[in-house]
Structures are given as structure tokens and as C-alpha cells.
Design a binder for this molecule. Structure first.
Ligand code: NAP
Length: 261
């Protein structure tokens, strides 16, 4: 029996979104559209239909959902992509389409960690202090404005795309790299640049966790920026396997075969 097909919009831009798209690409029960914002010049995309660029706010998203007859939304955006997640929840409420949030759990401090928890990026810049420090900045290419007002520090900035020069702090070495990052490499980076403080968003996940281990080993403080508050989705799951299980249940027709992620 051929199962009915459900149209799924995956809001992507994360490793989890990509893995989910790949896992569902050949699933006869689902027709997948994978959406990215278009911030990076060479995004890694799954072998599904893809689209690039904003929808035009909540109204634009609602029109898209209705026009494309989307049955389910998976919000697999980064935990700091708060606007997109809020828009998804609002448009889902307007249209009655369920939205599953696929959100990796935040990191939590272990013994030996020297974390300074801050609620927003400005507080992170302030927490570095008045004295000049060597700062490893791993917050992406946006949100740099608070650090422009702290020019006393030397920054090593790592992001997928290099930010425009005028948006960088004065003394800033840019490393345009995409994770995952291995522990040995993170140890070497902290040593080579004599980093004495790390600033990061609490993104969670394994791909960028090694920097936290390397910082702990060196006794370096970590300024940890808390996640923004997000409105509740229809359901929330922590990983791709749980998202697949949720989609199985939502579809109601379980395939007899195993599916590798
Ligand atoms: P955001 O502030 O929440 O979103 C701003 C606007 O960008 C949204 O309102 C939407 O425009 C558009 N947008 C965001 N994600 C989209 C998607 N997946 N598909 C289509 N349009 C999208 O988002 P952001 O923090 O700039 O993140 C943008 C993308 O980068 C997301 O895909 C996210 O997963 C990824 N990312 C973000 C971070 C981070 O730290 N923020 C880190 C890694 C990856 P409209 O209102 O016009 O629809």
C-alpha cells in the first residue's frame, strides 16, 4: 500500500536540520522542503527540494504554508535564531499546522569549568573586563557590535563566514571555518594564540563542544551567553532520532525498514 504523502517544511541551517533532511529524503511518506536563510555563501544542503531566503515575516510564512499546502513544520534552526522560531510558532498557530522544534539541549558546566553566565551579548562584552585580554570569540559573524566598544582586547574570531571589516573589533584575527572542531585542534588554537578567555553562545551539541573541554583543561574562563527565550512549539525534541519518531507518529504509517541517520 502506498502511504499518503505529507508535505514537511524543515527550517534548517543546522547540522540537525541537515541530518533530518538527509534521513527523510527518500522516505515515500514525506515530501520535504528544506529552507535556509541564505546567510552563508555555500550552505550544505540535503538532497531534497530546497529554498533560500526569508519568507517575509509571519504573514509571508503563513502565505507560503498555505500556498504550498504544508502539513508539518520542523523548526530545526539554531537555538539563537529566535525570530524565525517565533515566526514559525505564530504562523503555525494561525494556520493550525503543527510545528516540531528540534532543539539540541544546552551545554551545562562540568567540574573544573570556570563559566561566567550572562544573559545577552552586551553583558558578555562587559564581563571580559577593563584589562586587555586575549579573547577567543565564537559567537558567529553577527552580534559583534558590543565588542566594538571593548577595543582594549585582542580578539580571535571564528565564524563560518568572515564578517565585513567595519563590523569587526579593531584588533581581530578572523578564522573563517565551519565545525565540527576536534579537541586537539582546539587545544592547539588556545595555546598558539595564548587565549585567556573564551566567549560563546550556549549553542549545545557535540560539534563545537571541544572548545569547552580545551578551555577547562587550560583553566580558562568561558563567558557563556544564555539562549533567548522561545515560544513553545507543538512539541520539542532534542535530537534527530526523536524527530523521526515524532514524524512517524504524526504520519501514522510506520515504514517496516530501518533508516540510518
Ligand atoms: P533569526 O534572527 O531568527 O531570523 C531572522 C530572519 O531570517 C527570519 O525572520 C527569516 O526571515 C529569516 N530566516 C531565518 N532562518 C531561516 C530559515 N531557516 N529559512 C528561511 N528564512 C530564515 O535567524 P538567524 O539567527 O539570523 O539565523 C539565520 C540562519 O542561520 C538560520 O537558518 C539558523 O538556523 C542559522 N544559524 C544561526 C546561528 C545563530 O547563532 N543565530 C548559528 C548557526 C546557524 P523572514 O522573517 O523574512 O521570514
Amino acid at each position: 500500500m502506498t502511504p499518503p504523502r505529507r508535505r514537511v517544511l524543515i527550517l534548517g541551517g543546522t547540522g540537525e536540520g541537515l541530518a533530518l533532511g538527509r534521513a527523510l529524503a527518500d522516505d515515500p511518506r514525506f515530501e520535504i522542503t528544506y529552507s535556509v536563510a541564505g546567510r552563508t555563501t555555500a550552505p550544505v544542503l540535503p538532497p531534497t527540494e530546497t529554498r533560500t531566503g526569508g519568507f517575509g515575516g509571519v504573514n509571508g510564512l503563513q502565505l507560503y504554508l498555505e500556498g504550498r499546502e504544508i502539513d508539518l513544520i520542523v523548526d530545526a534552526t539554531h537555538p539563537f535564531a529566535a525570530q524565525m522560531s517565533a515566526n514559525a510558532v505564530e504562523a503555525a498557530a494561525e494556520t493550525g499546522i503543527p510545528v516540531l522544534a528540534l532543539r539540541r539541549p544546552p551545554w551545562t558546566a562540568d567540574d573544573g569549568d570556570r563559566w561566567i553566565d550572562v544573559p545577552i551579548m552586551q553583558a558578555a562584552a562587559d564581563a571580559i573586563g577593563a584589562e586587555s585580554r586575549r579573547v577567543f570569540l565564537t559567537i558567529g559573524q553577527h552580534d559583534l557590535a558590543p565588542f566594538l566598544t571593548a577595543p582594549q582586547h585582542r580578539y580571535v574570531l571564528r565564524s563560518v563566514e568572515p564578517p565585513p571589516e567595519k563590523l569587526r573589533p579593531l584588533d581581530c584575527l578572523v578564522m573563517a571555518e565551519r565545525g565540527p572542531f576536534a579537541l586537539d585542534g582546539e587545544r592547539a588554537l588556545l595555546a598558539e594564540h595564548r587565549i585567556d578567555i573564551l566567549v560563546t553562545k550556549n549553542s549545545g551539541g557535540d560539534a563545537t563542544r571541544p572548545k569547552l573541554i580545551a578551555a577547562r583543561e587550560r583553566g580558562i574562563p568561558v563567558i557563556m551567553v544564555a539562549r533567548p527565550a522561545l515560544p513553545p512549539a507543538t512539541a520539542e525534541v532534542p535530537d534527530v532520532d526523536a524527530a523521526l519518531a515524532w514524524l512517524d507518529a504524526a504520519h501514522g504509517f510506520v515504514l517496516p525498514t530501518d533508516r540510518g541517520v
